[in-house]
Design a protein around this ligand. Structure first.
Ligand SMILES: C[S@@+](CC[C@H](N)C(=O)[O-])C[C@H]1O[C@@H](n2cnc3c(N)ncnc32)[C@H](O)[C@@H]1O
Ligand SMILES: [Zn+2]
Length: 326
């Protein structure tokens, strides 16, 4: 178990942390209480046990709690692989110089793979918020770091003060909510004047050609069944079936049998990544896909400037922009 860090994080720098937080029910300021934060304006009390918990139900995001607790470290950067850092840079354009000494928010932090990089880049404070029990994995991975704060909260009712952050980003999250556009709109007011916002969502159009179109159709078709199955059954399937297909994939011709099953295989990554992403893809309740021009429009309509479409991996639409002023 991780050791709860909230006592320390609400130490000398307590006023700064509390300045960033707001009661999601009434918008009031929050004060420190025993094992909780308390609203100064209404009776709300939010528990803190290493994570400050503003919601007690993960709703449609329940599968992610299971996912990140089952695979808390698979995608964390290590000596062998630094894919999270590669993706953070590519999908947000954020370099260490943009993050050092800054107040940064990740919306939908999961087990903290990107927050890990932001914290190592020297952010003054890296706040991760997630709706699901993934926050427990994030706290376990990063909770001991002095510049990390993990919150369990909902993007649609964020427990955060407007205009608090130099940088807000979200990778692989908004398309798993009931409305990616609405979710994006809730994030914009959190950015300080002159600050940056970057999001990365699933692309509606991937690559030209029949191969990708077939793959998308297959994914949609299979997901129509799998997302209704008990999450633990899909976890079991991912854990035990994916290694079998991993072996079959090495056999010529026979290997194509995998296209009839809900399985995702990445040849260039360790097997555990395929197990994790098979669960991620087929257990997730909600999934939407977006076109670059659509995401560009969200940024334009939100009044953002310096909007840029980033050169991210196929399958992703990654856009960043800046709030005017500052
Ligand atoms: C595919 S995971 C991505 C996590 C992390 N960004 C990453 O790429 O590793 C999507 C995450 O979004 C979170 N999520 C979905 N809806 C949310 C909401 N309304 N508020 C906060 N987090 C949400 C889920 O709980 C889940 O951990
Ligand atoms: Zn309140």
């Amino acid at each position: 178990m991780y050791s709860p860090r909230d006592a320390r994080s609400f130490g000398d720098d307590a006023p700064d942390l509390l300045a960033v937080l707001r009661c999601p029910r009434c918008g009031g300021a929050l004060d420190l209480a025993a094992h909780a934060v308390a609203c100064a304006a209404c009776p709300a009390l939010y528990p803190r046990d290493g994570v400050i918990r503003f919601v007690d139900r993960a709703a449609y995001a329940e599968s992610f709690g299971l996912q990140w607790k089952a695979f808390p470290q698979v995608q964390l950067d290590g000596e062998q692989l630094a894919d999270s850092e590669r993706r953070l840079r590519r999908e947000t354009g954020l370099e260490p110089a943009d993050l050092r000494g800054r107040l940064v928010l990740e919306a939908g932090c999961g087990m903290g793979r990107f927050l890990d990089v932001v914290s190592r880049d020297g952010a003054a404070l890296a706040v991760g918020v997630d709706l699901s029990a993934a926050v427990d994995a994030a706290a376990e991975n990063l909770g001991a770091r002095p510049n990390v704060l993990i919150l369990q909260g909902d993007i649609f009712r964020l427990p955060l003060a407007p205009g608090s952050f130099d940088v807000v980003y979200s990778i692989g999250v908004l398309h798993h909510t009931p409305s990616a556009e609405q979710a994006f709109r809730t994030l914009v007011p959190l950015v300080k004047p002159g600050g940056t916002i970057a999001i990365s969502v699933y692309a509606a159009t991937v690559k030209p050609g029949v191969g990708w179109a077939l793959n998308m159709f297959r994914r949609r078709f299979l997901r129509a069944f799998t997302r209704r199955l008990p999450k633990r059954a899909i976890l079991w399937w991912a854990r035990y079936a994916v290694p079998v297909f991993w072996v079959i994939d090495k056999v010529p011709v026979v290997r194509y049998v995998r296209y009839f099953f809900p399985v995702l295989l990445y040849r260039d990554y360790p097997l555990s990544w395929s197990v994790l992403d098979t669960f991620d893809t087929y257990a997730t309740e909600l999934e939407s896909r977006h076109r670059p021009k659509e995401v560009f429009r969200w940024f334009r309509e939100a009044g953002l400037v310096d909007i840029d479409l980033l050169d991210s991996d196929d399958g992703w639409v990654s856009v960043r922009g800046r709030v005017t002023g500052g």
